[in-house]
Design a protein around this ligand. Structure first.
Ligand SMILES: *Cc1c(COP(=O)(O)O)cnc(C)c1O
Length: 470
């Protein structure tokens, strides 16, 4: 499989090349040059496969530059009950006797769905770096979930170091404890005096120094990484088969969304032939995506316009993976994408509402909705009362909007993107009790913390990286 850029550049190489690439040289995102689809009979033959076998069937057509046996071995190591604390890896639970289902994606090491892709990334990075005899120093910024998922995935990897910036004192107590209790020679937690955007700006500044970047093999694991998107497509298949529907019958999915990586993976699954009807894009108060799907206008927000909400992992001003969706909607036309982004560059917005592309958007099955802090609390409370099920604030956004779009006779699968234990404060506000946490996290706040506090200063950050790389 060859990869191309959403902005028109061809020949980006194979899977292993785009794995380590970040943005394409023309600023676009890597996409496979075609999306192979399963014929209905082929799809039926996947029913009943265990998770790692299903992952192989879904992912291998996109990863033909890694020998089959090696890929199979990596997927077996990744999607193992010891890692995800469940034989099903992503168990599906019906909520009461409703048509709503919860797809549990958060039983991995960091208690958020990002583990599912990140754990695979840890395996495949190490493998590709080994084959190329290279090293990688991941530099990232986190406000919570990405950082801990990346660190747990890269624990003990010989060819990867992680330098993770976070805003000093601003993550939840649990998130801080989760990251800072990690004490491994290849993981460096760095807190910065400032907010999340300051951390992200520092990462950008380091990356804009091409010489430093090349000299120290600086890379990233952000949500535009194609391997992450691909790995996430698998659980849509897993959930669909777990519903046990007659062949060809549709299911709908509702996805708490920020950077659009998770829901785009669902769209990929749909393009691969999985009978998905609606893909519900749930936003919080930062409703860029909701606005697009209800008006056809994609209007990006400045960092200062992004509100801090109680579903913080969805606080975005633009959705990085959205470009992949527009690219497919535009019929894989990189010239069109460049034209749209030029408009966004000029006026911060692009209007698709009276074009033929808008018909394609509506035919794609994606629909949007938003929720507020009050909605979130109500939804958490109601899920607890109706179904005896505690959910986290992000999952609540998905459940609320998903229920709005639910159709009679069609299952609505709501993706659980984090465990409530990760966002105790908001859950307590909703139900006046503390959500349970997995035993391995009991008392984690009392463990020693390992991090380095730096000023908001790029020279200090570079000096720290250089010193640690010795
Ligand atoms: C990252 C994250 C999201 C948003 O996912 P995207 O792929 O960026 O749309 C939603 N919920 C939680 C808990 C997350 O960590």
């Amino acid at each position: 499989m060859k990869y191309v850029s959403t902005r028109g550049l061809r020949n980006l190489g194979g899977f292993s090349d785009v794995l380590l690439m970040g943005l394409a040289p023309d600023g676009g995102l890597a996409m496979p040059e075609r999306i192979p689809a399963f014929a209905p009979a082929e799809l039926e033959s996947l029913r009943g496969l265990e998770y790692s076998e299903l992952a192989y069937a879904v992912m291998q057509p996109f990863i033909d530059d890694i020998p089959e046996a090696d890929l199979r071995r990596m997927l077996q190591a990744t999607y193992h009950p010891d890692v995800f604390h469940s034989n099903d890896i992503t168990p599906l639970t019906r909520l009461g006797d409703s048509g709503l289902y919860l797809l549990e994606l958060s039983n991995g090491p960091s208690l958020a769905f990002k583990d599912i892709a990140m754990q695979f990334l840890g395996q495949v990075f190490e493998y590709v770096l080994e084959r190329r005899d290279e090293h990688l120093n991941i530099l990232g910024a986190t406000s919570g979930d990405t950082g801990s998922a990346a660190e747990y995935a890269m624990l003990g990897k010989a060819r990867v170091n992680v330098f993770m910036l976070s805003p000093h004192g601003r993550m939840s107590a649990f998130q801080q404890a989760q990251m800072f209790s990690i004490h491994e020679p290849n993981i460096f937690n760095i807190t910065v005096q400032g907010v999340f955007d300051d951390c992200q700006d520092l990462v950008k500044e380091v990356n804009s120094d091409a010489g430093f970047k090349a000299r120290h093999s600086i890379g990233a694991v952000n949500s535009i990484n194609w391997a992450r998107v691909l790995a996430q497509a698998v659980y849509y298949f897993k959930a669909y088969f777990a519903l046990n529907l007659p062949a060809g019958q549709q299911a709908d999915f509702s996805v708490p969304s920020g950077n659009f990586g998770n829901v785009f993976a669902g769209y990929l699954a749909k393009r691969m032939g999985l009978p998905i009807g609606q893909l519900v894009v749930a936003s919080n108060e930062n409703d860029v995506l909701h606005e697009f799907f209800s008006t056809g206008v994609y209007r990006v927000r400045k960092a200062a316009q992004v509100a801090q909400t109680s579903s913080p992992s969805m606080d975005i001003g633009k959705a990085s993976n959205f470009e992949r969706y527009l690219y497919l909607v535009a019929g894989a036309d990189g010239v069109q994408i460049r034209a749209w982004w030029a408009e966004v560059g000029e006026s911060r917005a692009v209007d698709l509402s009276d074009s033929s592309h808008w018909d394609a958007v509506q035919a794609s099955g994606l629909v949007g909705g938003r929720s507020s802090h009050g909605d979130r609390l109500n939804t958490i409370r109601r899920a607890d009362q109706r179904f005896g099920r505690l959910i986290d604030p992000h999952t609540a956004d998905g459940l609320l909007v998903g229920e709005r779009y639910a159709r009679a006779g069609v299952p609505m699968v709501c993706l659980e993107t984090a465990l409530p234990a990760k966002f105790e404060e908001t859950v307590r506000e909703a139900v006046s009790r503390t959500p349970p946490r997995p035993a391995r996290f009991e008392g984690i706040e009392a463990q020693p913390r390992y991090f380095t506090a730096l000023e908001n200063d790029v020279a200090a950050l570079k000096a720290f990286v250089v010193k640690k790389l010795g």
